[in-house]
Write a protein that binds this ligand. Sequence first.
Ligand code: 5GP
Length: 177
Amino acid sequence: MRDAAVGEILVQPDELARRVRELGRQITRDYEGRDLLLVGVLKGAVFFLSDLMRHIDVPCEVDFMAVASYGSSTDSSGVVRILKDLDTTLEGRHVLIVEDIVDSGLTLQYLLRNLGVRNPASMEVCALLTKPARLKVALEPRYVGFEIPNRFVVGYGLDHVERYRNLPYVAVLQTEE
Ligand code: 5GP
């Protein structure tokens, strides 16, 4: 039974699969001859990352970090606390940060600064979703799955109070706000 809070579907499962495959191919071309370290941001990016990684055909490793952003549930403040740091070093590695969604961009800006000082050989970002209308900082992920309107979305890893991550599509959450 479909949850009444789950509204319009913005990205269907087949569109997700097709785009993830395309991104994997593009990343494979761009990183040919180099080893890659994918850095996933828990928990939302896990679903996207694991699908994406299966379409990347260069030697690659994966590591995860968990962050908490201070602020309300729908507005991040840019003040980020690391709950779990990476297990591996970034020194001299080609790093691709994999994010589920870039909203204001403040979380990503913090991550880029924090990881940038660890001397990676290169560092790029792959975001499944971006909300261009909400972006507050000057950053452009190298790889973007879909640009979406300014709506709160769930599914394919994205949650609302830990629920809905298992939906196979990306849909708008109907909130009372
Ligand atoms: P930012 O710092 O870019 O404003 O926010 C990034 C984080 O806020 C994302 O990693 C995600 O956890 C959360 N977020 C932003 N927009 C959405 C959304 O539409 N749906 C969900 N589920 N989380 C969101």
